[in-house]
Design a protein around this ligand. Structure first.
Ligand code: CA
Length: 222
C-alpha cells in the first residue's frame, strides 16, 4: 500500500512516516502543495494524508485537482484545526475523512482502513471534467462555476455517465438508472435526454459519445 503524506511539520511527518512503515505502508512524503500535485500526477497512491496549512497554500485545494483527473484516491485531512466549521469545510471540500491533531495512530489506521473499504465510485463527492463540476453529495452540476439547471432525468443520466466516466454505459443500465418500474419508456426517450444534455454541456469540455444500439460514454474533450 502506497500513501502520499503531505505535511510540512518535520516532527509530525517523521512520526507518521515511521508509524505507517510499521504497518507495511510505503510513504511518499512531500512538504508543499506544488510537490503534492507533482506526486499525484506521477504515481497512483492508495490514499492521501493531507495537511491543510502548507507553506504554499491551503491543502484542500489539492482535492479538486485530483478529482479533475478522475482520480478517486481517498483523502484524509490531518489538521490542527479541529473546529466544527473547519471539519465541515474539509468534508465539503471533497475530503473523505478528517482527523484533528493530535490523534492516536491507531485512529488514523482505523480511518484509513475505513476509506479504503469504500467502493472507488463513492469515495469522491466531487468530480471535475473540463469545466463541468458534479457534486455527487448534493447532486448538483455546474459549468465554469455556473449552476446547471437539469430536469431530474437529465441529472440521472449525467450522474450515471460520470460514475463510469470513460467507460461505455449500456442503454439498459441508463434506463434502469433513470426510470422506475412503472414508468413508460419511449424508445427514443433516452436519446432525447442525452441530446439535451449535450447541448447544455456544449461549452463544458466534455463529450458524450453514442454507440448506436449499445449505449453512451462520457469523456473529457481531447
Ligand atoms: Ca502545516
Amino acid at each position: 500500500m502506497r500513501i502520499l503524506l503531505v505535511e510540512d511539520e518535520p516532527e509530525m511527518a517523521a512520526a507518521l512516516s515511521a508509524a505507517l512503515n510499521v504497518y507495511d505502508m510505503v510513504v511518499d512524503h512531500v512538504t508543499t502543495l506544488a510537490a503534492a500535485e507533482e506526486a499525484v500526477s506521477l504515481v497512483a497512491h492508495d490514499a492521501v494524508l493531507l495537511d491543510r496549512q502548507l507553506p504554499d497554500g491551503e491543502g484542500l485545494s489539492l482535492i479538486p485537482k485530483l478529482r479533475a483527473r478522475a482520480d478517486g484516491t481517498p483523502v484524509i485531512v490531518l489538521t490542527a484545526r479541529g473546529e466544527l466549521s473547519d471539519r465541515i469545510s474539509g468534508l465539503d471540500g471533497g475530503a473523505d475523512d478528517y482527523l484533528a491533531k493530535p490523534f492516536a495512530i491507531e485512529e488514523l489506521m482505523a480511518r484509513l482502513r475505513a476509506v479504503l473499504r469504500r467502493p472507488v465510485a463513492l469515495r469522491s463527492d466531487l468530480v471535475l471534467v473540463g469545466s463541468l463540476t458534479f457534486d455527487f453529495g448534493h447532486r448538483e452540476a455546474s459549468v465554469g462555476g455556473r449552476p446547471l439547471e437539469l430536469p431530474r432525468r437529465e441529472l440521472l443520466v449525467l450522474e450515471t455517465l460520470l460514475r463510469r466516466m470513460g467507460r461505455t454505459v449500456l442503454r439498459a443500465s441508463l434506463e434502469e438508472a433513470v426510470y422506475g418500474f412503472d414508468d413508460e419508456i419511449q424508445s427514443n426517450a433516452l436519446d432525447t435526454h442525452v441530446s439535451r444534455l449535450r447541448r447544455k454541456l456544449a461549452d463544458a469540455g466534455v463529450e458524450i459519445h453514442g454507440i448506436r444500439g449499445v449505449g453512451y460514454l462520457l469523456k473529457r474533450q481531447p
